[in-house]
Each structure stands twice: as C-alpha cells, then as structure tokens.
Design a protein around this ligand. Structure first.
Ligand code: ZN
Length: 189
C-alpha cells in the first residue's frame, strides 16, 4: 500500500538523507538532503553506501534500481567547527525565541551592549529579540532596562547548533530517515 502511494509521488519529492561515514546526518539544520539525481550519481561514483531505499524503482533503458532514501558517505567529512555568524545561526543558537520574553513572533536582533555604546555585532553581543523587546530595551544597558536576559550570547559550536536544530525538524521526514535522526535525542531525554 505504501509502495503504491510512493510510486505516485514525484521523484523531486524523494530526496535522500545523507549521512556522514559515522552514520550521523551530515547536517541537521538544514537537514542534509540530496536530490535523487545527486544521490544516484554519488552511488555510481562509488562515493556512498546505500543504507535504505524508497519503495520504488527508477528505470531507464539501461538501468533499473531502487531509489535510495538514505545514503552514507564512504569518506568521513570533518564537521565545520566554527559555524558562520549569520542571522539564521543566531536564531538557531537562541532556539528561535526572544531572549528577553521567550516569545517567537516578529524576531529580530538586539545588541546586548548597544551599538551607541560601542557594542559590536558578533556572537558575544547579539541576541535574538522580538520587535517589542527590541524597542523596549532600545539603547539602554541591560541593568538599566528592567529586563531579564534568558541566556548570555556566546559563540556556539557546530554541535550546539546541531542539537538545537533537532528541535526544528523539516516538515517532511521519510520513515526510513528516523533511525538516523532521533536516537541520540531520545537518549538525552
Ligand atoms: Zn520579547
């Protein structure tokens, strides 16, 4: 039954989850996914091992093979240890929540030490804040703002971001991916 449904889904909606050689996802957020074309290509280039397949086949005049749903790299890629300082990564470090009120609407950024007082735009001075809290704090120092900070800003490691990213999974997860995505979360809880 499931196979029947999958046959009708467009191939474009059947990406492969890409694992590192240690069988952990190359990246959690965004989740490391390759298009079916890239997945097939990497199989033929002998760069990956097929771990799991969709219940469907791809066919061409010279080829018939199951469509990979999970692949693992043969060569381990050392994860980037220093995540880049981007808007997205700051939000991810702060779990998409305002560091003053905990809200998650209209998120923007606040300079803990205001720019007008020499505060820099970097990991250790920028926090996620909702527009209301951002306006409320304005150019004040934290201690004069009457506001509480949930967590002092810091430079996260890739592991930190991976850990947070697991709380924000993409909308679509194929059942064959689950074994590789959440086992360590369950061990932590
Ligand atoms: Zn807020």
């Amino acid at each position: 039954m499931n196979g029947f449904i999958e046959q009708k889904v467009s191939l474009e909606k059947c990406p492969a989850l890409v694992l590192n050689a240690d069988y952990r996802p190359l990246s959690y957020y965004p989740l490391s996914l390759w298009s079916w074309q890239d997945a097939i290509k990497s199989v033929f280039l002998d760069r990956v091992i097929i771990v799991s397949n969709y219940d469907r086949e791809i066919r061409s005049p010279s080829l018939k093979m199951p469509l990979p749903s999970v692949i693992a790299l043969k060569n381990y890629i050392v994860p980037v240890t220093k995540p880049s300082f981007t808007r997205f990564n700051v939000f991810l470090r702060d779990k998409f929540s305002c560091q003053y009120c905990g809200g998650n609407e209209e998120l923007t950024f606040d300079h803990l030490l205001p720019r007008s007082k020499g505060g820099e735009t970097n990991w250790s001075n920028v926090v996620t804040a909702c527009s209301a809290c951002n306006v409320k704090k304005g150019g004040k120092l934290l201690k004069f703002s009457g506001m509480q900070l949930n967590q002092y800003p810091y430079r996260p490691s890739t592991e930190d971001l991976h850990r947070n990213g697991k709380h924000f999974p993409p909308n679509y997860l194929h059942k064959s991916w689950m074994d590789y995505l959440y086992w360590d979360v369950e061990l932590e809880s």
